[in-house]
Write a protein that binds this ligand. Structure first.
Ligand code: ZN
Length: 204
């Protein structure tokens, strides 16, 4: 905690002072982000640093393995769906970016079938990516490291397919009002891949 408080003091004296006009305008006018990013909670993933964005640019959602669940308005507690609803219907965000990454612990555990003890939530959450797991295991033929990389990428496609089950996303994508992107980041080699219409991830 001390490190965080020290960091905050440095932020106030440095970044805040250097960007005071912009930050005060953001506080006064409210947010108008152009994109919503769904990224993994993995501590090594920092989309704002990776993309060089400023406060106000990105409406950020982070969860285990950057997954989007299917549309299921059942009165349960749906954090990611609530964030999407707010971003699309209230903030009129025009870009939805699902950002996966290499060496994802959640995807790795799912591929290998490992479970944390007392697992009440993680395994249930990871079921969203079950179709990605099946496809990855079928293609990789027993190579679990290859299966993990494949599942990380297939999971992005599964989440994009699930985005399209939200009626207010589907209609906006079909009318060209909202665009959906899949992004895959590999920290070890500092490479970003963009999902193409062909289904391939191309380095950018
Ligand atoms: Zn991850």
């Amino acid at each position: 905690m001390d490190k965080l408080i020290d960091g905050f003091h440095k932020f106030r004296e440095g970044y805040y002072k250097n960007n005071e006009t912009m930050l005060k305008a953001l506080a006064a006018k409210g947010q108008a982000p152009r994109a919503i990013v769904i990224a993994c909670s993995d501590a090594r993933m920092e989309p704002a640093i990776i993309f060089g964005t400023a406060p106000g640019d990105i409406f950020m959602v982070r969860n285990v393995a950057n997954l989007v669940p299917p549309y299921s308005p059942d009165g349960d507690f749906h954090g990611t769906s609530a964030a999407l609803e707010f971003a699309i219907l209230v903030l009129n965000v025009k870009q939805i970016i699902v950002m996966g990454h290499a060496l994802c612990g959640g995807i790795g555990a799912m591929v290998r079938g490992t479970q944390i003890s007392g697992d009440d939530f993680v395994s249930a959450w990871m079921k969203i990516a079950a179709p990605a797991r099946e496809r990855a295991l079928a293609i990789s033929k027993g190579d679990l490291n290859a299966a993990q990389t494949l599942a990380e990428k297939e999971g992005i496609k599964t989440s994009i397919a699930n985005l399209m089950t939200f009626p207010w996303i589907k209609s906006r994508v079909e009318s060209g009002d909202v665009a959906v992107h899949g992004i895959y980041f590999d920290l070890a080699i500092a490479t970003l891949y963009h999902l193409q219409d062909s289904g391939e991830f191309a380095a950018v």
